[in-house]
Ligand binder design. Structure first.
Ligand SMILES: C[S@@+](CC[C@H](N)C(=O)[O-])C[C@H]1O[C@@H](n2cnc3c(N)ncnc32)[C@H](O)[C@@H]1O
Length: 321
């Protein structure tokens, strides 16, 4: 069957997409990413978010590792791998403002504990995954489960304390939501396609290793070239522009640290490194190439100017065709 214009089936060679929107998602850059990485034995996505690149890969690799610092993201992918029907069950709910607010408070209250629990490689929570993805699709813009809003819930009511709390806002009603909330899902068996979608993702991700933490932990030699020819797609939060991300923000030095690491790692014969960034006048080392792609304007306040600056910096051992 087709969902959002995408064929959904358990055949792992069929392109799949995440069932939620994600700021900075690179679905439109995938052809260029895979054109540069080519055929590799080992693939790593240290800033996976909605996993646009891995899900669009033209092949399943011998070893595949994804990572994100956001516990809700990592928990979602782990739960999809291990308990797709449970995730679909918890995600299958109509858009409802009261539920959005109540579930948001419930999820934010579990944010810290979730990060700790995810250190156990076997841990996942399907209810958190289902409610999180349902809200991610109902919520407009950024801030879902960031824990950075002004409101706190003391178990009985909201208080306007500053500090760690939740944001409150009207849910996405304009086009009945995005991703899994494109229709009221629980009537009849209309929710059936959620099961199919999540089950197809589960099949594709069955052997993918999902980590939750800082990107640097999944780019060491043990994780990269020691497994053979390795492709690494790095898509850190950018350090400029209007895009926001759920972890890290755009005021950190992550993008600069990534670029420093990439230049060194790209010299290793078994490494193919692709870095997503804006074209910003940086000095591009000898042998590196630059591929262009066009991002959607989204909610950008700059009229799409930055969307035109999106490029992929590709290390010397990447394919050039
Ligand atoms: C630009 S988004 C990646 C989007 C992704 N390529 C996609 O297609 O959806 C950046 C991601 O980095 C994650 N992140 C932020 N800081 C991080 C860190 N220090 N280590 C790992 N992931 C981080 C964010 O949670 C976010 O999902």
């Amino acid at each position: 069957m087709r969902i959002c214009g995408v064929q959904v089936s358990a055949d792992v060679t069929t392109p799949l997409v995440a069932p939620f929107p994600w700021f900075g998602g690179k679905s439109r850059a995938c052809a260029e990413i895979w054109g540069a990485l080519g055929e590799v034995a080992n693939y790593i996505e240290p800033f996976c978010g909605s996993m646009a690149a891995l899900l669009s890969a033209p092949r399943v690799h011998k070893v595949e590792t994804v990572n994100d610092a956001d516990g809700f993201v990592s928990n979602f992918w782990r739960a999809v791998q291990s308990a797709p029907d449970d995730v679909a069950h918890w995600a299958d709910w109509p858009v409802n403002e009261a539920d959005l607010e109540a579930r948001h408070a419930w999820l934010v209250a579990r944010k810290e504990r979730l990060r700790w629990c995810l250190q156990d490689p076997d841990f996942f929570d399907a209810k958190i995954a289902g409610w999180w993805v349902w809200g991610q699709c109902s919520w407009i813009g950024t801030g879902w489960c960031s824990g950075e809003g002004p409101h706190k819930h003391d178990g009985a009511h909201f208080a306007g304390n500053a500090g760690r709390g939740i944001k409150r806002q009207l849910p996405h009603l304009g086009n009945a939501g995005r991703g899994i909330n494109r229709q009221f899902l629980h009537f009849g068996n209309a929710g059936r396609w959620i099961n199919d979608w999540i089950s197809a993702l589960s099949t594709r991700l069955r052997r993918v290793r999902v980590a939750c933490g800082d990107w640097a932990r999944v780019v060491t030699p043990v994780v990269t070239w020691r497994h053979g020819v390795t492709g690494v797609f790095l898509d850190p939060p950018y350090c400029e522009g209007t895009m926001e991300y759920s972890a890290g923000g755009n005021a950190s030095s992550i993008a600069a640290d990534v670029w420093t690491w990439a230049q060194k790692a790209g010299a290793e014969p078994k490494m193919r490194v692709v870095v997503a960034a804006y074209e910003d006048g940086r000095s591009v080392p000898d042998g590196w190439t630059v591929r262009r792609w066009r991002a959607p304007k989204g909610y950008a306040a700059d009229g799409g100017a930055n969307a035109r600056r999106e490029v992929l910096y590709c290390s010397p051992n990447c394919e050039t065709s």
